[in-house]
Design a protein around this ligand. Structure first.
Ligand SMILES: Nc1nc2c(ncn2[C@@H]2O[C@H](COP(=O)(O)OP(=O)(O)OP(=O)(O)O)[C@@H](O)[C@H]2O)c(=O)[nH]1
Ligand SMILES: [Mg+2]
Length: 456
């Protein structure tokens, strides 16, 4: 690779910090850094994966004291020679060192270019490269686990195995079509059909993991709803562990929706506190009520908060009527001052799981958490055994593969000659290859990496 192919970028966030890391990659990258570095070691001959103290010089001027990590191809992230300069995290140091590297012939890395090189150099496949971004963006423990699993290649391995099976069958069908006179009809169509059916069910299982995948990646969109003063904001504060939302004894305190991430043992909630729902003449409160209703419709889970210090009112009836078909948990709040209205509330949501809590005394919260996790069965995500689809591009490709394979199965079941399945089988194979990147178009690859950050 010629000199023009050396790329450099700041890999740590811009702004002041203890240290900043400037990454340089490409054939000649180590020599490139060695030219501006003076220390005890000669970077061009030192062993790979070693760290060296020294100074970065611009002519006669010292720009910074640094540590340089030298990593030689092919065992690096990009698969190329790489040097990482750990300098001080000052805007000036980073700027000066980077421009020196660029003046000497390196080029500023584009978004995701390091990872793109890793993909193009066969260090990882496309779904693994996409996982790099998911790891960086993970907001919760479970999202991180899912992303790391994908980065380690759990999804790729499964997709690749299914694709291999199809390729093997494809070769068999092709041999039959190419040399019919040899009476290859050694083809065992029953066994072949069974294989296709097996792959089809595996694809469907993967497809259905996408819902969990979304919940893991983005968090379960959970809406607290109920009448004013039921204790929704108090419950949000209790679950978040800080006084995030304003709580008062005045009904209609919350107007705007407030969102917080809440990490439970096995899942993460994007928890939304909303305005208490009631008839109101107050213009601002009415907007809050409308927003509350809207977010209830979009929710993955509704927590209906019931004020057990009183009996259900007309507004409680109305809200429950609106959410009865949604995944909902009845939260019987204010247990510390209950008036025994639990049964009356349960009659409003007869099939919903329920839990007695006191947001004020922080009681019953663990039971609430375990009901939520049970409802979404996220336990197996944590143990990392099951490959999980968390990416819309993968869902779409797997869906297409499954649809094409469904056609294959149908054609065979109607007793058509086996070479009639060629086109559909090819489609299925190619769709699966898109996930791992074997058959993906260049524009798609470019689009994927353009969503990355610079320096990764
Ligand atoms: N005793 C008791 N009081 C509670 C409990 N939870 C909330 N409250 C009180 O109920 C009142 C209303 O609480 P909020 O959390 O503001 O209720 P809300 O549902 O957010 O009300 P709006 O924002 O007006 O819709 C406050 O005075 C809280 O202290 C509880 O578990 N026990
Ligand atoms: Mg409130």
């Amino acid at each position: 690779m010629e000199q023009g192919n050396i790329i450099a970028a700041l890999a740590t966030p811009p702004g002041k910090g203890g240290i900043a890391i400037i990454r340089v990659s490409g054939a000649g990258a180590i020599e490139h850094v060695a030219r501006i570095f003076k220390g005890k070691t000669d970077l061009t001959v030192c062993p790979s994966h070693t760290v060296h103290y020294g100074k970065i010089w611009n002519n006669e001027q010292v720009l910074d004291e640094v540590l340089v990590t030298v990593m030689r191809a092919p065992h690096t992230f990009t698969g190329e020679d790489t040097a990482e300069i750990n300098c001080h995290g000052s805007g000036a140091a980073v700027r000066e060192i980077l421009s020196l590297l660029l003046d000497n012939g390196a080029r500023m890395a584009g978004r995701g270019e390091f990872t793109k090189r890793a993909f193009l150099n066969g260090r990882m496949d496309l779904s693994q490269a996409e996982a790099v971004m998911d790891v960086i963006q993970a907001e919760s423990n479970s999202a991180l686990t899912a992303a790391v699993n994908q980065l380690e290649g759990k999804l790729s391995a499964q997709i690749r195995q299914l694709r291999e099976t199809l390729l093997h069958q494809y070769a068999t069908v092709q041999a039959e079509a190419d040399f019919p006179e040899e009476g290859l009809s050694g083809i065992d169509e029953t066994a072949m059909l069974a294989e296709f059916q097996r792959v089809y069910s595996a694809l469907n299982r993967l497809k259905s993991s996408a819902k969990t995948g979304r919940l893991v990646k983005q968090g379960i969109q959970t809406v607290l709803c109920g009448t004013p003063n039921a204790g929704k904001s108090s419950l949000l504060n209790a679950l978040v562990g800080e006084n995030r939302a304003i709580v008062t004894e005045v009904p209609g305190t919350t107007r705007d929706c407030i969102e917080e991430y809440v990490e439970l043992e096995k899942c993460t909630l994007r928890l939304l506190d909303t305005a208490g729902i009631r008839e109101t003449d107050d213009k601002v409160e009415q907007i809050g009520v409308d927003r509350a209703k809207e977010s209830m419709e979009q929710a993955d889970l509704v927590l209906f908060v019931a004020d057990c210090s009183r009996q259900p009112c007309a507004d409680d009836h109305e809200i429950c009527g609106a959410i009865i078909d949604k995944p909902v948990i009845l939260v019987l709040n204010k247990q510390d001052v209950t008036q025994g209205s639990e049964e009356a509330y349960r009659a409003l949501l007869p099939t919903a799981p329920f839990v007695a809590v006191s947001a004020k005394e922080k009681q019953g919260l663990e039971t609430l958490a375990s009901i939520i996790c049970e409802l979404f069965q996220m336990g197996e995500v944590q143990d990392g055994q099951q490959a999980l689809i968390t990416n819309m591009r993968h869902v779409e490709a797997v869906q297409r593969a499954a649809a094409a394979l469904d056609e294959v199965v149908r054609t065979m079941e109607t007793g058509m000659p086996v070479d009639m399945v060629f086109v559909d089988l090819q489609d299925a194979i190619s769709a699966l290859g898109e996930v791992t990147g074997e058959t993906v178009q260049e524009e798609v690859v470019d689009r994927i990496f353009s969503e990355f950050c610079v320096g990764k």
